[in-house]
Design a protein around this ligand. Sequence first.
Ligand code: IPE
Ligand code: IPE
Ligand code: MG
Length: 245
Amino acid sequence: MSLAADFTQQEVPTHVAIIMDGNGRWARARGLPRMIGHQRGADSVRRTVEAAVELGISYITLFGFSSENWRRPADEVKDLMGLLRRYLKNESKDLKKNGVRVRFVGDLTRLPQDIVQQIEVAESLTAEGKSLTLTIALSYGGRQEIVRAAKRLAEKVERGELQPSEIDEPTFEHELLTLGLPDPDLMIRTSGEIRISNFLLWQSAYSEFVFIEKHWPDFSKEDLALAVAEYQRRDRRYGTTTDSR
Ligand code: IPE
Ligand code: IPE
Ligand code: MG
């Protein structure tokens, strides 16, 4: 079955961002360790990337690990880093084969050095990918990103390269980690939580939100297609009236 078949008449979102939540609760509901939930979550990532290519989505951004997730128990953080190592090692070649360009955003300086190197390898290996740009947010926080941008602008002013009066939305956006990515059209969160948890705060100003009850390990290709269908029923007004557009 081609997932794209249903969408030929309507606009597919260019950029879909996903807060992949609920791995721990998925595992707990089955009496399994949280790590199994994270492993099954990695399978969902694989499926979702495939589905995004099939649906003709151009950009997908996944929240993999937040700035605040560093506060989790050391064992869980270690397990998650191990899973990330495995993902990078196993998936990079397939991503390249499928025309997926992968990039990472976040404070990568906090990650173990070998993972930083693997990230660089994966980014350069897949740099020519044209079918989909997969951005993985790791050690990422929207507030931290905004503070970093403000600091970089202040430094430019200090060096005499920029006048404060020249600071506008494009100059600010230029300092964000997501430079080059369009804003997300559709933001999905799994596991029934209805909050943004410090993800893409600036970029989601006009995103359409879809909240799904299922936990991330159960998120299927069909669920992505349903979220896209829900997006297509929304009327995006950007502050205008329906008539004036
Ligand atoms: C999402 O699942 C994965 C990460 C945040 C790393 P959780 O680990 O947050 O799962 P719950 O929310 O505890 O169920
Ligand atoms: C958000 O999920 C971060 C990721 C999905 C990586 P959390 O599980 O960390 O968010 P809260 O703590 O429930 O807000
Ligand atoms: Mg959670």
